[in-house]
Design a protein around this ligand. Structure first.
Ligand SMILES: [Zn+2]
Ligand SMILES: [Zn+2]
Length: 391
């Protein structure tokens, strides 16, 4: 490479291209220049490296912004760590790009073990795990429930029956590894020769090469299908709780097992009950007279009505606690009970009966102002008089 070309120019995109435009542009270039399709063509190989490097930088928001601000110098060292010239890296990147290119995946995202991971050399491969967010009501989170959800799963592409090859063609055994998917690499370091086995760089460990990729699936051999999956939501779960459904992730390759599906629950809030971990907190209003004299009342909880005692002289903002009346949840050590917390406010009525008014008037007539306050006010008034005289 004589003079480095601008990464945006390499991919033929504008400076404000979004993630999917970058991906799409790289895919086009990669398809055009991939070594599999251009054997013994050094120019194509250079172009493929150039595009891969540009994609590596521009697809990473952090690296991209450094590049935008400071140019090559800011990202150069970064990229050299990816090993320019190591084709298995490129191929991995390349195949990962095909594996999960379904745009519009907002509720759905690749999870562990997805992109960029090095592959097992050959043979069956486990499918990727998937993560999905799922909304439940407050009550469903408290009491638990069973649900059927439709999950988009990548299946064998029907057009090519999963082979990834266009109609009338079929994948060919890879000449580099004779279909084993493994190649032996020798490295000489000083007097020592290292021999190691790695995924075949030509076929990415698949053992097969596709010359004409299927147009439906772009050679990935996958398409997307909805699958109905049963969720059992245990009682007492909170937002963020993650259900693991084994073998309901993406399908494996070459008869490998399916990945797992992780469902992250998002519980809706409730108009009265608020959760704080395993505690439930509520706010109530009580008549002023009850807060002074104390009393009893019934309060609804998600597990039934409870009788509570309002102690004498309950203050505005005081919290009353009902132990073990909060969230009920099964743990590996047995049942776990949170507390039910009641935040008390005084209620000042906007309308009153004549009788109430009459009684309050009597109370007012015999209630003095708080003595402490009277004393303080007296002092302040005297102070201000004295200051005026002094002035
Ligand atoms: Zn296909
Ligand atoms: Zn091979």
């Amino acid at each position: 490479m004589s003079k480095k070309r601008d990464y945006y120019e390499v991919l033929g995109i504008s400076k404000d291209a979004n993630e999917s435009q970058i991906k799409k542009a790289f895919r086009q270039k990669a398809m055009q220049y991939h070594p599999d399709r251009n054997p013994d063509n050094p120019e194509a190989s250079e172009k493929f490296k150039e595009a891969t490097e540009a994609y590596d930088i521009l697809s990473n928001p952090e690296k991209r912004s450094s590049y935008d601000r400071f140019g090559f110098a800011a990202v150069q060292s970064d990229f050299s760590s990816v090993n320019v010239g190591d084709f298995s890296t490129f191929s991995d990147l390349f195949s990962s790009l095909f594996r999960d290119d379904f745009s519009g995946d907002d509720i759905f995202s690749q999870f562990f073990g997805g992109r960029g991971r090095s592959r097992r050399p050959s043979g069956p491969q486990k499918g990727s795990d998937l993560l999905m967010d799922y909304r439940i009501t407050f009550e469903e989170a408290i009491y638990g429930t069973k649900k059927i959800v439709e999950v988009p799963i990548k299946k064998e592409c029907e057009t090519c029956q999963g082979s990834g090859a266009q109609d009338g063609t079929s994948p060919k055994s890879c000449p580099n590894c004779q279909g084993s998917g493994v190649e032996t690499v020798q490295r000489q370091m000083g007097f020592t020769r290292y021999i190691s086995q790695q995924a075949c760089s030509r076929c990415r460990g698949q053992g097969m090469i596709i010359n004409k990729p299927c147009k439906t699936c772009n050679g990935s051999g996958r398409s997307r299908d909805n699958e109905k999956i049963k969720l059992e939501i245990p009682p007492g779960v909170d937002s963020g709780f993650r259900l693991r459904i084994r073998n309901k992730g993406e399908e494996g390759r070459l008869n490998g097992p399916r990945g797992d599906l992780y469902v992250r629950l998002i519980a809706e809030t409730h108009e009265f009950y608020k959760r704080q971990g395993d505690n439930i907190i509520v706010e109530i209003e009580i008549p002023f007279a009850m807060s002074v004299l104390g009393g009893e009342m019934e309060i609804p909880t998600p597990y039934g009505t409870e009788k509570i005692k309002i102690p004498k002289k309950t203050k505005e903002g005081q919290i009353l606690r009902l132990q073990r009346k909060g969230i009920q949840r099964k743990t590996q050590y047995g049942m776990n009970y949170g507390d039910f917390l009641i935040l008390v406010h005084y209620h000042i009525p906007s309308k009153m009966t004549d009788e109430e008014k009459e009684l309050l008037q009597q109370l007012k007539d015999i209630s003095p102002l708080p003595p402490k306050q009277v004393k303080l006010f007296k002092k302040l008034i005297q102070d201000s008089k004295r200051n005026k005289v002094d002035a």
